[in-house]
Design a binder for this molecule. Sequence first.
Ligand code: TXA
Ligand code: MG
Length: 333
Amino acid sequence: MKSAIDTKRLHCDDTGVAEAARILIGGGLVAMPTETVYGLAADATNAIAVARIFEAKGRPRFNPLIVHVADLETARRLVEFPPEAEKLAAAFWPGPLTMVLRRKDPSPVSDLVSAGLSTLAIRMPGHEAARRLIAAAGRPLAAPSANRSGHVSPTTPEHVAFDLGGRIDAILDAGAASVGVESTVLDLSDLDTTGPALLRPGGIARADLEACLGAPLTVAAGDAEADGDAVAPRSPGQLASHYAPRSRLRLGVDEPEPGEALLAFGPRVPPHTSAMINLSPSGNLLEAAAGLFSALRALDAEGCRSIAVMPIPAEGLGEAINDRLLRAAAPRS
Ligand code: TXA
Ligand code: MG
């Protein structure tokens, strides 16, 4: 493993931004300065690159990530943009406001970014360097805070190097972040039933959002994880139900039953009589993570009564993969 010292630091000038963009286009990871905290950015349209984010952070779960855009047109292209979102964007973008909106389908953004949800969190960062980087990369960037799982969000390049040095390709150095707390996360994906819901307090005050919308916000209760990496789902169990395919899932299966769809992993695929997707014929967990959500979706669409899932090792990204499969397999009411 490389040490913190050999993580490449790029200056926030044209050369540095261009180099950072090249790394992102090539599927690499770059710590991106934003006005709130440093983000760990990857090409949101490249599932393998997004899987690398989870690997670098050492997260035991796939939580959905924020997509960062440099302009409003891209946001409108990726998600349904109701008038409320237009109003908020006009008032607070670029800036520390993240809006959760319905994903457009089909989408260039990988399923892994939104962890299989039908919504996408999106924001236009207030830091000019972030917008220059996104524009230079020419694609939306998925970025959680650039800390190891369980640690606090980093506000300086030194924090990033301490947590993720040797695990990422470069840090775009723009000094200390000015806001210092994460963006406010506002869910606008279900305006008809619940109205706008505050999922995470942050850089934009609730009162300012309410003044802009002319309406009070619902506050989603829930247990946010200590590092702020997970916010309350909109309603209890909402996340769980989104992750669940209609077909029943059987885990750790070596011999699928007749008629059962098969989610395979590794080179030794058992005989099967129905649809099969191999998450990674070579047994690569990064590749398996990258394809997990689209594979579940595709096998579910086959309409089989159940999906047999081969055993997946629990090390590295395998922990998050198994966590997701366990939830998908859990009995639901
Ligand atoms: O200021 C910020 O927001 C920083 C900078 C880098 O942009 N990013 C950040 O990302 O804090 P992260 O991944 O640490 O936190 C994103 C939060 C998580 O709590 C996640 O659960 C929530 O946003 N989130 C993302 N997508 C969501 C979705 N589709 N529905 C509900 N919550 C979502
Ligand atoms: Mg975080």
